[in-house]
Design a protein around this ligand. Structure first.
Ligand code: GAL
Length: 633
């Protein structure tokens, strides 16, 4: 349970560094991330290196007892490199070259850029890989940010052709897999392949899915190139990448396999503004963040490696539609919320607010004038509390509930949502949120993961789920609409959806938009937006007004053939928890709990007050406050 920050020594005169380091110690920080955008400062001209400034910073950090996570600077190829080889620039879906002047302007599939990325990685790893301050590395920065996972230029097409040839072996097999006899899309040679953009109307969804897989492989290859060099030149250091929130463009589990730390960048207010669809909720949680957003990602990434938050929102950010100032207490809240979810490191982005350039309106731990701001004091306070609670058990155990979120699954539904209400990531988040309102801790798992020991496994949006994925499950399994509805090549399975999992077939689906509601045989359960018709001899547990079955049960599986409103979903899940012997509690609006070892974090983002029996003496919580409670009997 450590603390950190993201520091850019290259942004400040060297005369400030000692004071900065002194203040970092006062803020009780343990780790500092540096270097992710520093390429032009390390190599101002081809082959002309300046290492001294980083040498001096690392020495000073080490002398002060601060550990450093150093980064490869590949998110910002410098201007001289882009001028030298413009083929590195990504091409957008309209065929336009993406320009210089910000960051992430490269293509993952560019061979030329891979060589350059490997070269600079080797340079920094050789120079600093054995420095005693350097205990971890971050590869690049936020793969895919700013819509950069995919590029659509002629060289990307060549790489895609090679990838398809490897996957499908023959044009006939590709035609067969994609259903290319439809609309005369057949090819006789891989050279005839096209990129899945710019078509007159809807693109072949299987081609889109192939491109998503290809894109994910390109990210993995790009990352692996750096990983291999870092492991060689900097042995014994932890390797991390900083993932993002609500981002599905590549398979994070695939990339995480090569790394030790699954870190992510947590901006609860920015994500609330951009991702929460309901106006009233966005309004209610405007200054606290939606109470499940940080938790959802902590639980997601904790399943992929050691959990760190590499970047924690320190105050207002600059990039959402609106950028509220968090309530003063939130920075402190987020630190403990992260620790309670198993984070080893909570690290604020950034150390000192920069008065110039794109992020001048983005807060830091220090204000632009160098004076400490709220996040600074939050770190001090959290560190002191942690010391007071030393000796508690902080082990992170298995949660009672597992939620399945598998990336290729999400892709197939993003490509073919079949209705404006259907957003698969949002479905996962809705189920997650409903379970958390019942006071449950949750682990988020992929399709290959072990599901043994969970009282409940839920699969809110899993078209690619197969019987073998559930083989290890020992508890009840709740399956949402669209489960097992697609093959790996995004077609309808020969035996129809769900038939491989239980004696039931989905024979028809209807999507009905956001205004449609339908009542059911349970007055507390209402349908919204989506309803399937099934063929089965199984009796239904719940029916719509026409008597059509919506909930079916077979062995340890429950299938829901309709989408429930948020409130109905909570009600329905509560009943299933009861059947699984899981004790639940209905928390107040905005109230959430999470247990680590023998300490329970109780956070509150609602508008009233709730009670706590906090180990440090707090008794009531109002908006933006939390308690740390003992779970000992
Ligand atoms: C992240 C990024 C940082 C910074 C931050 C601002 O996406 O990694 O470099 O831009 O957002 O909130």
């Amino acid at each position: 349970m450590r603390l950190g920050t993201c520091y850019f020594p290259e942004h400040w005169p060297e005369s400030d560094w000692d004071r900065h380091i002194e203040l970092m110690k006062q803020a009780r920080l343990d780790t500092v991330r540096m270097g992710e955008f520093a390429w032009s400062r390390i190599e101002a001209k081809p082959g002309q290196f300046d290492f001294d400034w980083m040498d001096r910073t690392l020495d000073a950090m080490h002398a002060a007892g601060l550990e450093v996570t150093l980064c490869t600077p590949t998110a910002t190829p410098p201007k001289w490199l882009m001028d030298q080889d413009p083929s590195i620039y990504a091409i957008d879906s309209q065929g336009r070259t993406r320009g210089f002047g910000s960051r992430r302007h490269y293509r993952f599939a560019s061979q030329a850029y891979r060589e350059q990325a490997a070269r600079i990685t080797e340079v920094v790893a050789q120079r600093w890989g054995q420095h005693p301050a350097v205990t971890a590395w971050q590869t690049d920065n936020e793969y895919g940010c700013h819509d950069t996972t995919f590029s659509y230029g002629p060289q990307d097409l060549e790489a895609f052709k090679a990838w398809c040839e490897q996957r499908y072996q023959t044009p006939e097999a590709l035609n067969q897999a994609w259903g290319n006899k439809f609309w005369s899309m057949e090819i006789t040679d891989f050279d005839q392949l096209w990129l899945p953009v710019g078509s007159v109307t809807e693109m072949n969804p299987a081609a889109c899915l192939a491109y998503r897989r290809f894109g994910s492989d390109m990210v993995q290859d790009f990352n692996r190139l750096q990983v291999d060099l870092l492991r060689r030149h900097s042995p014994g250091r932890l390797l991390a990448h900083n993932y993002m929130g609500f981002f599905t463009e590549f398979d994070h589990r695939q990339v995480a396999q090569d790394l030790d730390v699954a870190s992510w960048d947590s901006y609860p207010l920015g994500f609330t503004d951009l991702f929460i669809p309901h106006d009233d909720e966005r309004q209610r949680y405007m200054r606290t963040g939606h109470p499940d957003i940080a938790a959802f990602h902590h639980d997601l990434y904790r399943g992929m490696g050691r959990l760190w938050v590499m970047e924690q929102q320190p105050g207002p950010v600059n990039w959402a539609h609106n950028n509220p100032a968090p309530l003063d207490s939130m920075m402190h809240y987020w630190l403990w919320e992260g620790w309670a979810h198993g984070a080893d490191v909570m690290s604020f982005f950034r150390w000192r607010q920069a008065p110039w350039a794109q992020e001048q309106m983005h807060a830091g731990m220090l204000r632009p004038d160098g004076q400490p701001d709220l996040a600074f004091y939050a770190a001090q306070q959290a560190a002191n509390e942690r010391d007071q609670l030393a000796g508690r058990d902080w082990r992170i155990g298995q949660a009672p509930v597992a939620l399945l979120l598998d990336y290729p699954n999400l892709w197939s539904q993003e490509i073919q949502p079949q209705g404006s209400m259907w957003n698969p990531l949002r479905e996962c988040f809705r189920w997650y949120s409903a379970l958390r309102r019942l006071g449950l801790d949750i682990d988020i798992k992929g399709h290959g993961d072990d599901l043994g020991g969970y009282a409940l496994v839920v699969a809110p949006a899993a078209p690619a789920l197969r019987p073998e994925h559930l083989a290890s499950a020992t508890g009840r399994v709740l399956l949402g609409p669209r489960t097992a509805s697609k093959t790996d090549e995004l077609s309808i399975p020969a035996g129809l959806p769900m038939a491989d999992l239980m004696p039931l077939k989905v024979i028809r689906v209807g999507s009905y938009g956001p205004l449609w509601r339908a009542s059911t045989s349970d007055p507390s359960i209402e349908l919204e937006g989506w309803l399937e018709t099934v063929e089965t001899d199984l009796p239904s547990q719940l029916q719509d007004a026409q008597g059509q079955g919506i909930h079916f049960r077979w062995q340890h599986l429950d299938y829901l053939a309709g989408r429930l409103t948020d409130a109905s979903l909570t009600h329905w899940l509560q009943a299933r928890c009861g059947e699984s012997g899981l004790a639940v509690q209905r928390l107040a609006q905005g109230e959430r709990v999470r247990t680590r070892g023998n300490v329970r974090f109780r956070g509150y983002c609602g508008d009233a007050q709730v009670a706590t029996a906090d180990l440090l003496g707090r008794q009531t919580l109002s908006k933006g406050q939390f308690g740390l409670e003992s779970t000992d009997p």
